[in-house]
Design a protein around this ligand. Structure first.
Ligand code: SF4
Ligand code: SF4
Length: 330
């Protein structure tokens, strides 16, 4: 029997579904490319799921060990400093190397750079900074893999909250570094959403590929990491998207689809706002996500997330593809 057979969504959450579905808001089935619409984790008055979001956040608050990390006293890094009036001039290559070295020396584990694209900005927001520096911080997989969390055993949720704070600290430290050099910078960090949609920018900046579970897969940490970002006008050099073979792997893997209790992960790619991609059914996911204080089963059970596994899987997948191409050429 599949793990997910027989799951009943909690009425506490489903009773608050608005007329539309999360899949409609996210653009499932739409053939035209467009900006994403503000949705969950945006201010509640910016989308139709505000009441449900409020309930999910309230449910989270029962787990004090988790919410202790989401208070105003949480260690989310320094306050923003004034931009220096002295502009330090360096080449784009030098600045790119400098911001990457700074990030990795200040609690960051991953960093990549991509130019701004209007498709990374949620509808109704204005964001014209030319560059995005995307930051990744790894999670403790042993703790993450305790998902799903409960009020009594909140370890996975605590780890997620801690790493959101670490990601925030890295982005704020980097922002202040750039401001101290006389260039504009602004920090962006979750879990609450804002103008910037970080995941597509992270893909473009080379931090990973989109997995079937709707999250990124990175060649070192799998899906066991969180994102933050800094936008800036500092001259920089763009990184490129990576191919670690995750697409091929997901095409024949069903670990997350079978592990997801509410059966929310589509087995096949879907057309979403004009792009064919992996997709998660929001209305199926969110009640379970709500009652398990952030769920995370899919990213925890993804084989790429097991420590030390992602580089081996990437090497295997790329070697397999190369040998297939060689056979086809011969
Ligand atoms: S569990 Fe399997 S199918 Fe799901 S994202 Fe990971 S590799 Fe892809
Ligand atoms: S977060 Fe949980 S409920 Fe949502 S898709 Fe992943 S496994 Fe399924």
């Amino acid at each position: 029997m599949p793990v997910n057979e027989g799951y009943q969504a909690n009425k506490l959450f489903t009773d608050l579904f608005p007329e539309t579905t999360g899949n409609n808001v996210n653009g499932l089935g739409e053939e035209t490319v467009r900006q994403p619409s503000p949705f969950f984790w945006h201010p509640a008055d910016r989308h139709e799921f505000g009441d449900l979001q409020h309930e999910v956040v309230g449910y989270h608050r029962r787990a004090e060990e988790i919410t202790a990390h989401y208070t105003p006293d949480a260690p989310r890094g320094p306050k923003t400093i004034q931009k220096s009036e002295t502009v330090v001039e360096k080449s784009a290559e030098e600045w790119s190397a400098a911001v990457k070295a700074f990030t990795l020396a200040h609690e960051g584990d991953l960093v990549g750079i991509t130019p701004m694209d209007p498709l990374y900005v949620y509808e109704g927001y204005e964001l014209n900074d030319p560059w995005i520096i995307v930051i990744g911080v790894s999670m403790d997989h042993e703790l993450l893999n305790k998902a799903p969390a409960t009020v009594e055993e909140p370890d996975a949720g605590v780890e997620v909250a801690k790493q959101y704070n670490r990601a925030a600290r890295v982005s704020r430290e980097l922002t202040n570094y750039i401001l101290s050099q006389g260039h504009y910078a602004k920090a962006w960090a979750g879990p609450f959403a804002s103008a910037l949609s970080m995941m597509p920018a992270a893909i473009q900046a080379g931090l990973g590929q989109l997995g079937k579970h709707g999250s990124l897969i990175n060649g070192t940490y799998g899906s066991s990491f969180r994102l933050s970002a800094v936008t800036t006008d500092m001259p920089l050099i763009a990184d490129s998207p990576v191919d670690i073979g995750a697409e091929d792997f997901c095409a024949s893997c069903q670990i997350c689809t079978k592990a997801c209790p509410p059966d929310a992960i589509f087995e096949e790619k879907q057309m979403v706002r004009g792009v064919e991609k992996w997709f998660v059914d929001f209305n199926k996911c969110i009640p379970y996500f709500g009652e398990t204080l952030g769920c995370a089963i899919c990213i925890a059970r993804c084989p790429w997330s097991r420590p030390g596994t992602a580089p081996k899987l990437a090497a295997k997948m790329l070697a397999r593809r190369a040998s297939k191409e060689q056979r086809n050429d011969g």
